[in-house]
Design a protein around this ligand. Structure first.
Ligand code: IPM
Ligand code: MG
Length: 366
């Protein structure tokens, strides 16, 4: 029997709509392998929503998106909207979706494909075989803490403020997920903080340590200061299995981890909320790690693979199926092995094709 699910599609700006198109074609081809069928509804978010409705995300659209079983997003933002007030920037749509859908866990796997390893800026010996899961806390920390804003102090100087706040339950739930994921992987968690300077991350370290001792002592845990972690990712990335950290450090380190693999155009991500009691699909938002790349938008140059792999993550994490997800992942490996490349993968002598052509090759390979 076929199961029907509702998917909210948020193509967004720049290359977003182009990569979403390929990803949806792959989804529609793969879903029947697990007897799934998706009905899609599209909503405008980001700059395109600002142009159409003067807000980056309409309240009514947000309510509709909340009712979907899962969400697939392209990318938001671009130079056209950069000068605007923070409250209505395209990025606000993303932050609001994360907060309102309570997507506290952001999974950013950085794995290296043997086919594209020479596209990495690092030496093959350093990056060969890396398989890192960056787990970034996504709805707390300095991104959301108050007080925040720009005001004027009594001497008449302007003053900018953001606040890094984490509560015990916020830290515990992301740490718990890190340990659970490590048990399914290579059994190691590295928790990244700045506990030598920031009290908020001293609390982070205390709570992670206590949870480890009480419930997850079978998992290997080590703590690392964020500056050292930035260095270790380049020096010896194979030492990492699950890397768990707060919102801001995770934003930075996940971009760094992504570049180990050669191209940010290959990397998917999942943002997850709580699992539903009694089972059923777990609401998540899936998106490529890359941005809207306005410089190449509309030119059929974007790499759809990160979005296509995000669909595979969606099938696994939201819908708990693996045949369709595996078919997509295998298709990606096959197409890369056949030599298909988009312009973001700067290997010498690569055969560069457009978004549509590589998208079609992927669909054919599923
Ligand atoms: C990311 C992006 C976002 C973030 C921006 C676009 C708000 O950099 O998803 O990593 O900082 O979280
Ligand atoms: Mg980022």
């Amino acid at each position: 029997m076929t199961t029907q699910y509702k998917l909210a599609l948020l193509p967004g700006d720049g290359i977003g709509p182009e990569v979403i198109e390929s990803a949806v074609e792959c989804l529609q081809k793969a879903a029947p392998l697990d007897d799934l069928e998706f009905s899609l509804t599209e909503y405008k978010v980001g700059g395109c929503a600002l142009d159409a409705y003067k807000v980056p995300l309409r309240d009514g659209d947000l309510e509709e998106v909340k009712k979907a079983d899962s969400v697939l997003l392209g990318a938001v933002g671009g130079p056209k909207w950069e000068g605007l007030d923070y409250a209505i920037r395209p990025e606000r749509a993303l932050l609001r979706l994360r907060a309102e859908l309570e997507l506290f866990a952001n999974l950013r796997p950085a794995t290296v494909f043997p086919e594209t390893i020479d596209a990495s800026a690092l030496k093959r010996e350093v990056v060969e075989g890396i398989d890192i899961m960056v787990l970034r806390e996504l709805t707390g920390g300095i991104y959301f803490g108050t007080p925040k804003g720009v005001d004027t102090d009594p001497d008449g100087n302007r003053r900018g403020v953001n606040t890094m706040v984490y509560t015990e339950p916020e830290i515990e739930r992301i740490a718990r997920l890190a340990f659970e994921m490590a048990r399914q992987r290579r059994g190691k968690v590295t928790s990244v903080d700045k506990a030598n300077v920031l009290e908020v991350t001293e609390l982070w370290r205390d709570i992670v340590t206590k949870l480890h001792k009480d419930e997850y002592s079978d998992v290997e845990l080590n703590h690392m200061y964020v500056d050292n972690a930035a260095m270790q990712l380049i020096r010896n990335p194979r030492q990492f299995d699950v890397l768990v950290t707060g919102n801001l450090f995770g934003d930075i380190l996940s971009d760094e981890a992504a570049m180990l693999t050669g191209s940010i155009g290959l990397l998917p991500s999942a943002s997850l909320g709580k699992a539903k009691e009694g089972g059923g699909p777990r609401l998540g938002m899936y998106e490529p790690v890359h941005g809207s790349a306005p410089d190449i938008a509309g030119q059929d140059k974007a790499n759809p693979i990160a979005t296509v792999l995000s669909v595979a993550m969606m099938l696994r994490y939201s819908f708990g199926v693996s045949k369709s997800a595996e078919a997509i992942e295998k298709a990606v490996s096959k197409v890369l092995a056949e030599g298909y490349r988009t312009a973001d993968i700067a290997e010498p002598g690569a055969k560069i094709v457009g978004t549509k052509e590589i998208g079609k090759a992927l669909v054919d390979a599923i």
